[in-house]
Design a protein. Structure first.
Length: 151
C-alpha cells in the first residue's frame, strides 16, 4: 500500500470476534498500526502511547486500530492488562498484514527471519492512505505524539 491508495474496507475480526470495517469510522481518520506481538516491551510502549493520548487523538479526529497476528484471546488479555481503549485486529492468517506490506524479513541478534514489520498507516476520512510511518521512523514510546504532529 502506498500514499493515495484506497485501503480495504474489511480489516478483519477484533479481539471480541466482531467484524471490523473502516466504514465504521466514517468521518474520522484511522491510525492503523501493525505491531509484532502483544505484551512485548516495544509493542506495549507503543500501545500505551496511543492509550495515554486517546483524548488528544479523538479531539484531532483520529480512531486507533492495532493489528498483529496474535489470537483474539491474547488481544483480550493485552487490552485488559494495559487498559487499551481501542480495537485490536487478530490477523492470525496475516491477510491484512500482508495486504499492507507489513510482513517481511527482519534481523535480530544476527539471525534473519520473517515477521511483522512495525508500520503505521494514517487513513483519511475517505479511506485513502494519507501517511505511512515506516519501521525506522516509529518511536514506540512517543508514537501517538508522532501522529499528532501530522496536524
Amino acid at each position: 500500500m502506498n500514499i493515495g491508495d484506497q485501503a480495504p474496507d474489511l480489516l478483519g475480526l477484533d479481539e471480541q470476534g466482531n467484524e471490523l470495517r473502516l466504514s465504521q469510522f466514517r468521518g474520522q481518520r484511522v491510525v492503523l498500526y501493525f505491531y509484532p506481538k502483544d505484551n512485548t516491551p516495544g509493542c506495549t510502549a507503543e500501545a500505551c502511547s496511543f492509550r495515554d493520548h486517546e483524548a488528544e487523538l479523538a479531539a484531532a479526529g483520529y480512531a486507533v486500530v492495532g493489528v498483529s497476528a496474535d489470537s483474539a484471546q491474547s488481544h483480550v488479555r493485552f487490552r485488559e492488562r494495559h487498559g487499551l481503549p481501542f480495537h485490536l485486529v487478530a490477523d492470525t492468517e496475516r491477510q491484512l498484514i500482508e495486504a499492507f506490506g507489513a510482513w517481511g524479513e527482519k534481523k535480530m541478534c544476527g539471525r534473519t527471519y520473517m515477521g511483522i514489520l512495525r508500520t503505521t498507516f494514517v487513513i483519511d476520512e475517505e479511506g485513502r492512505i494519507a501517511h505511512i510511518f515506516t519501521p525506522k521512523q516509529i518511536k514506540t514510546k512517543t508514537h501517538a505524539e508522532q501522529v499528532l504532529a501530522l496536524q
